[in-house]
Ligand binder design. Structure first.
Ligand SMILES: NC(=O)C[C@H](N)C(=O)O
Length: 325
């Protein structure tokens, strides 16, 4: 029997419906009480909020709690319960710093705990099974939801309401009739240092391009002191008139720019001129590879909060943005 640490942070899995909308209410012990008992567990509350309310400081606390759990010789794996809205961000940040073969498995729910058809209990049972699975050791941080287990890197919430809202990451395993089948092992990068207190105040803005978007907001983000900016370009990573010049000004001012795409799959491929990805990269933007804007933002927030020179940050961003580097 494995021993699993369950860390609760809130989200719909812990929510009760109310007149003012669903809000996070249930504690870790209550969530874990319905488990089948195939593995022993210890349950701990880290925070208790809907995930759209979380701040970077709380993500740091979650990272510290996971780190303490994996350092505990009595713990074989960790489950983090979390709201789905920003699960891709916290899970990815934790994947970046995860330095242990022990599985860390995020899960949550799409329907509140007091729903007659709550999906949280089944998801939690699966996540505990995954965290205890020797086959998933060395796979890093995973997201387990509705019977599917994905690597944190590249995973995004792709549907607001679907029972299985996540996609994009490496499909590491799935459950068939309660049995775990492993299908792929994610490529892992060298772990980065845990976030320190400066991470709490890192300011990385995401500016999304659409037809006719001007660089005004982008330049405002740089002028107002952002530590980095993620430019979510169109298509393969393109932007309209004036962006290449604005990127050059940002980079000269010491503000790194990471180029992503607003498109959920396929990644950034600098291929176009006339303000396209070729010009943006020549102006100094770092191609974000397959990272979506929300995950690129977490990488940039972590790197710019670490004690490092500008060159080291740019080098680490470039390495971190390319899969498997
Ligand atoms: N399904 C969910 O968990 C969504 C919720 N709004 C949250 O992210 O906390």
């Amino acid at each position: 029997m494995a021993h699993i640490r369950i860390l609760a942070t809130g989200g719909t899995i812990a929510s009760r419906s109310g007149q003012d909308g669903a809000s996070s209410a249930e504690r870790a012990e209550k969530l874990a009480a319905g488990l089948s008992g195939r593995h022993s567990y210890s349950a701990q509350d880290v925070t208790n909020a809907n995930s759209y309310q979380l701040r970077l400081g709380e993500v740091r606390l979650i990272a510290e709690a996971v780190h303490a759990a994996v350092m505990d010789d009595g713990v074989d794996g960790v489950v983090v319960t979390h709201g789905t809205d920003t699960m891709e961000e916290t899970a990815f940040l934790l994947d970046l710093v995860h330095d242990s073969p022990k599985p860390v498995v995020f899960t949550g729910a799409q329907r509140p705990a007091d729903s007659k058809v709550a999906d949280g209990p089944g998801n939690l049972e699966d996540a505990v099974t995954a965290a205890a699975a020797p086959q998933l050791r060395g796979c890093g941080v995973l997201i387990s939801f509705a019977g599917e287990i994905l690597g944190a890197r590249g995973t995004r919430k792709l549907h607001t309401l679907a029972e299985s809202p996540f996609g994009g990451g490496v499909p590491v395993a799935h459950f068939v009739a309660g049995t775990l089948h492993v299908t792929a092992v994610p490529v892992r990068q060298k772990p980065l240092p845990l976030p320190g207190e400066d991470f709490d105040n890192a300011r990385v803005e995401i500016i999304e391009c659409a037809l006719g978007t001007t660089p005004e907001l982008f330049s405002y983000a740089v002028r107002s002191g952002a530590n980095a900016v993620v430019l979510a370009g169109t298509g393969t990573g393109n932007a309209g008139a004036g962006f290449a010049e604005a990127v050059q000004d940002a980079v000269r001012a010491g503000c790194p720019v990471i180029l992503c795409s607003r498109v959920p799959a396929g990644g950034v491929v600098p291929a176009y001129g006339a303000g396209g990805g070729v010009n943006l990269v020549r102006a100094g933007a770092i191609p974000g590879g397959d990272l979506g804007p929300s995950q690129a933002r977490m990488l940039a927030a972590l790197l710019t909060s670490l004690p490092a020179t500008q060159d080291e940050i740019l080098q680490a961003l470039t390495t971190g943005a390319s899969r498997g580097a």
